[in-house]
Design a protein around this ligand. Sequence first.
Ligand code: GLA
Length: 332
Amino acid sequence: MPFRLWSLMLMCLLMALAQSGPPLRALAEKRNFQIGAAVEPSLLLQEPEYARILAQEFNLVVAENVMKWGALQTSRGQYNFALADLLMDFAQKNRMAVRGHTLVWHQQLPRWMYGSFSPAEMEAILREHIQTVVGRYRGRIAYWDVVNEAVGDDAKLRPTPFEVLPDYLEKAFRLAREADPQAKLFYNDYGAEGLGPKSDAIYALLKGLKERGVPLDGVGFQVHVDLGFSPGAVRMAENLERFARLGLEIHITEMDVRLSGPGSRAERLEKQAQVYREVMRVCLGQPRCKAFTLWGFTDAHSWRSASEPLIFDADYKPKPAYLALQQALQRP
Ligand code: GLA
C-alpha cells in the first residue's frame, strides 16, 4: 500500500479515537488547568454545533471582539453590552471562566478616540471606561487583558491615542484593580513567546511595573504562529521561566497555527499538530502556566480562516491538532 494511503488511514483512525476520547475540558479540569477559546457570541445563537462544542471542550472563554472599545463604546459615553452580556450568560450557564479582552489597545478603537484630548481628559475617558466595563462584570471575569500589545516589533512602546496620558499603562492597571479587586490583571502580547528583543522589552516593562507596585498578576503570550514555529528554537521554556520568576501567572492566550506552507496536506496537518503539542507541553511544564487559549476553535470561524489555523475543521471535525492537545493533556 502506498505510504500516503497508510498515513491517511492512520489519521482517520486517530480521528475516530479522538472523537471518542475525553473532551479537552475534562482533561484540563483533572489537572486544575484552563483550556479556552475566543468566541463571537452571535454564533452561539446562529450555530448550535458551535455552542455545543464550545461548552463541551473548553472551560474558559474570551471575547474575540465584543469587549473591545470599538464594540463597547461606539459613541463617547454610550455603551452597548448586548453581545458581551450574551457571552457572560453562556459562560455562567456552562461553568466557564471568562477572560476580558481588552482595556488598553492601539487597535479597534472607536473613531472618537482619535480626537485631541488633554492628559486630564484622557485620564477621565480611561477611568470611565474601565469603571463602567470592569465594574459591570465585577466578580464574574477571572482575568482581564488590561494592556494589549503596548510594545511594538521594534521593542519600543507603540504610538497610541492613550499616550497623551504619560503613565497610561500604570493607570490602567490601577483602575482595573479598583474596579474589580478579584480579577487577575494581565499584560498580553504577540511575538514574545521566545527570547529576543521584543520579549526583553516586555520583560523590562513588566519588571518595572512590579517594582513600582503596579497591580499586575500575569502575562499572556498570544502565540499566533505558523508551521515554522518551534518553541525549542526560540527558547520558549526559558523565556516563560524568567517571567515566572517575576511572580507572574502565565497564560497562552490566542494560539493559532497557519497551515500554509510546503508539503502535502497530511504532512502539514501533522506539523500543525506538532506545533500545538509542543507549545502545550512547554506550558504544562511551567508550574505558573495555568491556561491555554486558542483564538477560536473551528476553521469555519477564524480571523485567518483561509489558513485553517485551528483544531476543529470547518465542519467541526477534530483535526490532528485536537488529538495532539488531548494527548498532551493526558500525559502526567
Ligand atoms: C490580536 C488581538 C486580538 C485579535 C487578533 C487578531 O492578537 O489581541 O484581539 O484582534 O489580534 O484578530
